[in-house]
Design a binder for this molecule. Structure first.
Ligand SMILES: *[C@@H]1O[C@H](CO)[C@@H](O)[C@H](O)[C@H]1NC(C)=O
Ligand SMILES: *[C@@H]1O[C@H](CO)[C@@H](O)[C@H](O)[C@H]1NC(C)=O
Ligand SMILES: *[C@@H]1O[C@H](CO)[C@@H](O)[C@H](O)[C@H]1NC(C)=O
Ligand SMILES: *[C@@H]1O[C@H](CO)[C@@H](O)[C@H](O)[C@H]1NC(C)=O
Ligand SMILES: *[C@@H]1O[C@H](CO)[C@@H](O)[C@H](O)[C@H]1NC(C)=O
Ligand SMILES: *[C@@H]1O[C@H](CO)[C@@H](O)[C@H](O)[C@H]1NC(C)=O
Ligand SMILES: *[C@@H]1O[C@H](CO)[C@@H](O)[C@H](O)[C@H]1NC(C)=O
Ligand SMILES: *[C@@H]1O[C@H](CO)[C@@H](O)[C@H](O)[C@H]1NC(C)=O
Ligand SMILES: *[C@@H]1O[C@H](CO)[C@@H](O)[C@H](O)[C@H]1NC(C)=O
Ligand SMILES: *[C@@H]1O[C@H](CO)[C@@H](O)[C@H](O)[C@H]1NC(C)=O
Length: 358
């Protein structure tokens, strides 16, 4: 079998790699704390030329626009758009965290074809994003050498929902290329080698193993989305977009816009669930709409997206004005109203009293 080809020096070499890279060798991503779900990214490159359609099918992505948005490709890009070998396509996946590990939740599913083995499926078809042992483990395959055409497996993809030093990040599974270093990868994704080493449990100055996924934290744009919104966990990394609020709002993240999420009303897609998109007037500044900017005593402020509910699109003026700005708060209007109401009541009571006295 395979092992008969190993020589002793090779075994020793593998063993020392295993020691220094043990955490990374598993290809698992840490995802700690309470069980949670989120959207995470994987970077896929096909060994042969392919199309966006094939990639969408392979990863069981419901809407092509999800892939287009993650790669900042125009919405009218064709499904049959060619993807060259080694071109990297970012694919958003739903991540599920439990027992300290993040993993795609029982998707995508793959049906074994004639001539496939688990190693080919993991390292070739899925571009090294998973490992044959992981597929065997999660599918409880008794003998990985004996798989039959027609059998269905789910492919565990690595992912994470963890914050990084308290900050929201989008985790990206980057398949390491032969000969690349932590420093190079860090520079490519706007992070640093210490962060990468820590996150992936790598110590020393190792030679990275090719064709294994590395957990890369991508900075996310800050947003004003409320934690009770139906899209509360939405996060975007640089140079990507998505549609939300039943397709009525398009949000994008552009690092050059101060890492702030930018959202506009959109009519590019048919609304889902709503027959028409509700208006997106700005709460507290009714002459403004979502995406408009105004300048006032607090400097320039934008009518920012704050999420959505079953019936409406939520907005907020951002950044928020400091409270010290004076009598503009709604609390003040209410108390003004209440005191004038009291004066009216006193006058009425006085008038009644006067009538009575007469
Ligand atoms: C997509 O739309 C843009 C304009 O928004 C247009 O310039 C371009 O030609 C279109 N591409 C395709 C493939 O239709
Ligand atoms: C998590 O760990 C518990 C107990 O250690 C185990 O019963 C459960 O199957 C594990 N879940 C997963 C998804 O591995
Ligand atoms: C790439 O194409 C070659 C030739 O058709 C085929 O043998 C190989 O299995 C393909 N690889 C993948 C990952 O599909
Ligand atoms: C990070 O990079 C610096 C210089 O580029 C190097 O000295 C250091 O050893 C690297 N650290 C790790 C953990 O790779
Ligand atoms: C949601 O945000 C509000 C304030 O905006 C805060 O009081 C509340 O604790 C938050 N809830 C959760 C579940 O984080
Ligand atoms: C953000 O993405 C753009 C377009 O790919 C790129 O030019 C820019 O360098 C990126 N900025 C950061 C800080 O990553
Ligand atoms: C950029 O955003 C930060 C907070 O995210 C804010 O404090 C700062 O004022 C912003 N800068 C500009 C120029 O808008
Ligand atoms: C919108 O409709 C889809 C099915 O078309 C459903 O899965 C989803 O839960 C609905 N969303 C809301 C917020 O009602
Ligand atoms: C405000 O936003 C609406 C909706 O996007 C847009 O039609 C309008 O032109 C904007 N007004 C200004 C002054 O920017
Ligand atoms: C929103 O819609 C969902 C599904 O249609 C429903 O279960 C939920 O009760 C609704 N929530 C509100 C606040 O109306």
């Amino acid at each position: 079998m395979e092992t008969s080809r190993f020589t002793l020096p090779f075994l020793l070499l593998s063993f020392s790699f295993f020691l220094s890279l043990s955490a990374q060798m598993t290809g698992n991503f840490k995802c700690g704390g309470t069980p949670s779900t989120c959207i995470s990214l994987v970077g896929y490159s096909s060994k042969n030329a392919t199309t966006l359609r094939n990639i969408q099918t392979l990863f069981a992505v419901k809407n092509l626009r999800t892939i287009l948005g993650a790669n900042n490709l125009p919405l009218n890009t064709s499904r049959d758009q060619r993807v060259n070998p080694d071109q990297v396509i970012r694919i958003p996946i739903r991540c599920s965290c439990s027992n300290g590990t993040g993993i795609s939740n029982r998707v995508p599913e793959y049906t074994v074809k004639k001539g496939d083995d688990l190693y080919f499926i993991a390292s070739q078809l899925f571009g090294g994003l998973t490992r044959d042992q992981r597929i065997a483990e999660v599918n409880k395959i008794p003998d990985p050498a004996l798989i039959q055409p027609g059998q269905k497996f789910w492919i565990p993809l690595p992912c994470s929902c963890d914050k990084l030093n308290g900050q929201d990040v989008v985790h990206y599974a980057h398949v390491v290329k032969q000969g690349s270093s932590l420093g190079e990868i860090a520079a490519l994704f706007g992070t640093d080698n210490t962060t990468l080493a820590q996150l992936n449990g790598i110590s020393g100055d190792p030679q990275l193993l090719a064709d294994l996924p590395l957990n890369v934290p991508l900075r996310a744009c800050s947003s004003s989305v409320r934690n009770d919104s139906l899209d509360a966990s939405m996060l975007l990394s640089n140079n990507s977009y998505l549609f939300t609020a039943n397709n009525c709002v398009k949000c994008s993240c552009d690092a050059s816009k101060n890492w702030t999420l930018s959202c506009q009303p959109s009519s590019e897609l048919k609304p889902s669930n709503w027959t028409t998109c509700p208006p997106s007037r700005c709460e507290g500044a009714e002459s403004l709409f979502l995406g408009n900017t105004t300048s006032g005593s607090c400097g320039p402020r934008t009518c920012a997206y704050a999420g959505y509910s079953n019936s409406s699109i939520l907005t907020t003026l951002s950044p928020t004005c400091p409270d010290s700005a004076g009598p503009a708060g709604s609390g003040n209007y209410a108390s003004t109203f209440r005191s004038s109401f009291n004066i009216v009541m006193v006058l009425i009571q006085c008038a009644l009293l006067c009538l009575y006295l007469l």
